[in-house]
Design a protein around this ligand. Sequence first.
Ligand code: ZN
Ligand code: ZN
Length: 203
Amino acid sequence: MMSSMFFFMNHVMSAFYVAVATFFTAVDISHKPEWLYKKKIQKVDVTWNDLKTMAPTVVLVGFLNCTVVSYLTQLYFTHMGLHMEIPSWLKLAQDFLLFAIFYDTIFFFWHLFSHQPSVYGWIHKKHHEFKSPQAFEGLYFTLIDFYAGNFGPLILIGPLVTGHFYSIFTFTCLGAVSISLAHCGYDARPIHDPRIHDIHHEY
Ligand SMILES: [Zn+2]
Ligand SMILES: [Zn+2]
C-alpha cells in the first residue's frame, strides 16, 4: 500500500500538470474565456504547429515519469524510510520552507550553468525555442536539462528534508502547478506571477 503510493505520486503530479496546461492551451487556441485571454502577456498566438513540435518531448517525459522514474522514486522513498503520518500544519510549513530553499538554490545554479555559452546549445536552448511561453513548455526540455535541473531535484530533495510522505506529495503537486503556471503565458496574479519567467524566455 505504502510503496504503491510512492509509485503513483508522479502520476498524480502529472495529472495536475496536464490539467492546468490543457486548460491554458485551450484558452490559447479558443481565445476564450475573453477576460482570461486578455491577460495574455505577449500577444503571440499558440499554433497547432507549436503543439506538434512539443508533443513528442511532452509524451516522452510523461511516459518516463510514469514508468521508470516512478519505479526509481518508489525505491528511493522506500530506502529513505518515508512514513505515512499526516504532518501538522506547522510541520508542513517547515518542510515546505526547507524544500523551497534547497530546490530554488539548486535550480538557480543549474539554470545559471545551463546558460553558459559552452553548454547552452545542447542543454538549454531547446527550452527557449518559443519566445512567448506556453503551458506545456514547462515539460519541453532536453532530457538532461529536465532531469538534472528540474524534475530530479524535485524528487531527490523531499526525503532529505522530511520523513513525511504527505509533505513531499503536497509540494511536488504544488510544484507541478507552479511550473505550469510559470509557463502558461498569462498574468495569473495573484496566484502566480509569470512575468519574470516570460521575460527570461526572450533570451
Ligand atoms: Zn533559461
Ligand atoms: Zn522556462
